[in-house]
Design a protein around this ligand. Sequence first.
Ligand SMILES: [Cu+2]
Length: 157
Amino acid sequence: MNKVNLFLFAIFFSQMLFSSSAFTDGNVKVSISDAWVSEAPTNVSVLAGYANIHNPSNKLITLIAISSQNFSKIEIHRSVLNREIISMEKQESLEISAENTIKLSPGDFHLMLFEPNKPLRSGDTVTLNFLFSDGHIETIEAKVKRRDTEDHSHQNH
Ligand SMILES: [Cu+2]
């Protein structure tokens, strides 16, 4: 292949990639906002994360996994109050119904982020990849913040 043909092939190939990714995106665009991770002392190896996940489409969409280069593992949890004891239940997935928003927040659904690969301080950012059931991946930046010390309900994530 000469240089011109190689160049044309590269253009053709990149257009093919572009149109196929536009196709898999479909019309379901989930928006994730206000993502943050709570700052923790350096000896704590599990951090909690929060965000708002909005599904503007007319179809239910399911969050099936979250990954990050900053953590060894990320799980979806829900804090539940049972006989005055707060415990956390791991969720295999999280459904966001049509035109609905799920708020991951202290005392409710949240992310558990395991074993940060470096100490995270207030003001740092981490990159989180949210994988949805339609194959769509939403990559966002989450800010590391100190918890609001006024609010004691945050103690158990
Ligand atoms: Cu948890």
